[in-house]
Design a binder for this molecule. Structure first.
Ligand code: BG6
Length: 489
C-alpha cells in the first residue's frame, strides 16, 4: 500500500520507557521489514529539542540484535532519518494542532494511519487523547492510541478513566498494553496447553494441585520511588501482569483464536474468581542491611519515598476460581522487588499418583514425587517438566529429573522484545494481546476491596532484607493451602 502513510507518535518521548523500549522496538520492526514503506516516527514531549537532538538521544539506545549483519549501521541511519520531534504541552490543543500540521506535511495527502503511544502519567492521558482525537477528525485513515498502566488505582478511578477516554475514542481505538502479554512464553502458554494432548486433558482440578505465578526482581525501586509509592507491588505487578497470565492459564477453550473470543474467555474466568480478602495475602517491604562489607539500601531510604511508607514492595496471594474446572485449586502469586534473584515463572504442581507403586522410594514425603511443569518466562526462557526417574544401576533408586526445553539450546533466533510484538499488533489492528475494558474492570474488582482494606487498616508490611528471599509470611500463606513454593525447594 504505497499510498498509505503510517505515523507513530510517541508522547512522552524523553521518558525512560520511550528511550529504553519503544524506540528500540520500532527500530527492530523497521530492521526486520515489518513497518510499511511510508512511515514516520514523531517524538512529542515538553522538553525543547530539535529533530537532530531526538535522533541523537534515540541512537544511543538502538541495537542490532544480530550484530553480525553489516548493514546495521545503514539501517539505523535510515530509521533515524524518519524520526522527528515536536515539543509541546500535553494539554495544548494548539501544540497538538502544530503536530497535526507536521504530520499532514509528511503524509502528503495520502491515506494516513496514526498510532499514538502514550508513555506519560495517567493524569494527563485524557488531555492528550482529547487533542489527538481532535486531529483524528481530519485524517483519512485510522487513529489508535496505546496506553500504559496504571489504569487507575482502584475500580472507581479506573472506571472514571475508561469513561473519560470513551468520550473521545471508541473501545477499538484504545489499546491498553500489558507488556507481559507480549512475552514469548506467555504467547506460548496457549500453544503448550491447547495443542498438546499430553497437557490439555490434565488442565483441571483433577490433576493439578496448585499453580504458582512467581515474579522476582533483584533490584529495588531506585529512581522510581515517587511513582511506586503511590501504587505498590500489588497494583504494579499482580493486578495486571500476573493476573493476565493467570487468566490465560485458566480460561476455558476459546471458540477461536480471535481477539474477542479469547478476551471473552479471559473475562469469564476473572469473573469466576472471588475477590481477595485480607487473609488471602501477606505483604512485605525491603529494608536496608549490609553484607560482606556492602550495604544495600531499604525501600524507605529512597529520598522520594516517605520515611514512614507502608507501601508493599512484596506480596504473596492465594486466589481461587469458583468454576467446575478449578474448584478448590489454589492459584498462588508472589511478587517482589529487591529479592535474591531476577526471575519470572509459572509453576504447575500436579497431584500425587494414586496408589503409587514406588511410594516407599520417596519415604513419607510424597510431595517430593509430584510432577511439576515450569515455564520460565525470563531470564533464559525454558519449559521443563520434572519427572521421576530411575537412577541407572542395579538398585532401585529414583530421583527427579527434568525434561528440559531450553530456548537458547533449541532455537538460534533471538527472542523479540515484548514491545515489538505489541507495537506490531497495534499497527495491524490485532487486539488479542490488549486488555479490553471489561477485562480491566474484572481485574480491578478482584483487588480493589483488598487494596482499600490494606490501606484503611494501615496493615504494616513484614520487613525483609534487601537481597533475601522475602518475608517468611509467604510460606505460612502457602502452607495454609497445603502448598510449598516450587522455587524454594
Ligand atoms: C513494569 C513494572 O510494568 O514491569 C516494573 O512497573 C517492573 O516495576 C517491570 O520492573 C518488569 O518488567 P520486565 O519485562 O522487566 O519483567
Amino acid at each position: 500500500e504505497a499510498h498509505t502513510t503510517l505515523s507513530i507518535t510517541v508522547v512522552g518521548a524523553s521518558g525512560d520507557l520511550a528511550k529504553k523500549k519503544i524506540f528500540p522496538a520500532l527500530f527492530a520492526l523497521f530492521y526486520e521489514d515489518f513497518l510499511p514503506e511510508n512511515f514516520v516516527v514523531f517524538g512529542y514531549a515538553r522538553t525543547k529539542m530539535s529533530d537532530e537532538e531526538l535522533r541523537n538521544m534515540i541512537s544511543k539506545t538502538l541495537t542490532c540484535r544480530v550484530d553480525k549483519r553489516e548493514n546495521c549501521a545503514d539501517k539505523m541511519e535510515q530509521f533515524l532519518k524518519r524520526c522527528y520531534y515536536h515539543s509541546g504541552q500535553y494539554n495544548s490543543e494548539e501544540h497538538f494542532g502544530e503536530l497535526d500540521c507536521k504530520l499532514k506535511e509528511k503524509e502528503g495527502g495520502s491515506l494516513s494511519n496514526r498510532l499514538f503511544y502514550l508513555s506519560i502519567p495517567p493524569n494527563i492521558f485524557v488531555d492528550v487523547v482529547k487533542c489527538a482525537s481532535n486531529n483524528a477528525a481530519s485524517t483519512s485513515g485510522w487513529t489508535r492510541v496505546i496506553v500504559e498502566k496504571p489504569f487507575g488505582r482502584n475500580s472507581e478511578s479506573s472506571r472514571e478513566l475508561t469513561r473519560s477516554l470513551k468520550q473521545y475514542l471508541s473501545e477499538d481505538q484504545i489499546f491498553r498494553i500489558d507488556h507481559y502479554l507480549g512475552k514469548e512464553l506467555v504467547e506460548n502458554l496457549s500453544v503448550l496447553r491447547f495443542s498438546n494432548l499430553v497437557f490439555e486433558p490434565l488442565w483441571s482440578r483433577n490433576y493439578i494441585r496448585n499453580v504458582q505465578f512467581i515474579f522476582s526482581e533483584d533490584f529495588g525501586t531506585e529512581g522510581r520511588g515517587g511513582y511506586f509509592d503511590n501504587y505498590g507491588i500489588i497494583r504494579d505487578i499482580m493486578q495486571n501482569h500476573l493476573l493476565q497470565i493467570l487468566a490465560l492459564f485458566a480460561m476455558e477453550t476459546p471458540v477461536s483464536l480471535d481477539a474477542e473470543d479469547i478476551r471473552n474467555e479471559k473475562v469469564k474466568v476473572l469473573r469466576s474468581m472471588r475477590p481477595l480478602q485480607l487473609e488471602d495475602v501477606i505483604v512485605g517491604q525491603y529494608k536496608g542491611h549490609s553484607k560482606g562489607g556492602k550495604s544495600y539500601s531499604g525501600y524507605t531510604d529512597d529520598p522520594t519515598v516517605p520515611k514512614d511508607s507502608i507501601t508493599p514492595t512484596f506480596a504473596a496471594a492465594a486466589l481461587f476460581i469458583n468454576n467446575a474446572r478449578w474448584d478448590g485449586v489454589p492459584f498462588l502469586m508472589k511478587a517482589g522487588k529487591a529479592l535474591h534473584t531476577k526471575k519470572t515463572e509459572i509453576r504447575v504442581q500436579f497431584r500425587h499418583v494414586p496408589g503409587n507403586l514406588y511410594r516407599r522410594n520417596f519415604g513419607t514425603d510424597l510431595d517430593k514425587a509430584t510432577n511439576e511443569l515450569v515455564l520460565r518466562l525470563q531470564p533464559d526462557e525454558a519449559i521443563y517438566l520434572k519427572i521421576n526417574n530411575k537412577v541407572p544401576g542395579l538398585g532401585m533408586r529414583l530421583d527427579r529429573s527434568d525434561l528440559n526445553l531450553l530456548y537458547r539450546a533449541r532455537y538460534s533466533r533471538e527472542i523479540p522484545d515484548a514491545y515489538e510484538r505489541l507495537l506490531l499488533d497495534a499497527i495491524e489492528g490485532e487486539r488479542r494481546l490488549f486488555i479490553r475494558s471489561d477485562e480491566l474492570d474484572a481485574a480491578w474488582s478482584l483487588f480493589s476491596p483488598l487494596l482499600r482494606e490494606l490501606e484503611e487498616k494501615k496493615i504494616a508490611p513484614e520487613l525483609y532484607p534487601h537481597g533475601s528471599r522475602g518475608p517468611i509470611g509467604a510460606h505460612y500463606l502457602a502452607a495454609k493451602h497445603n502448598v510449598r513454593w516450587g522455587d524454594l525447594t
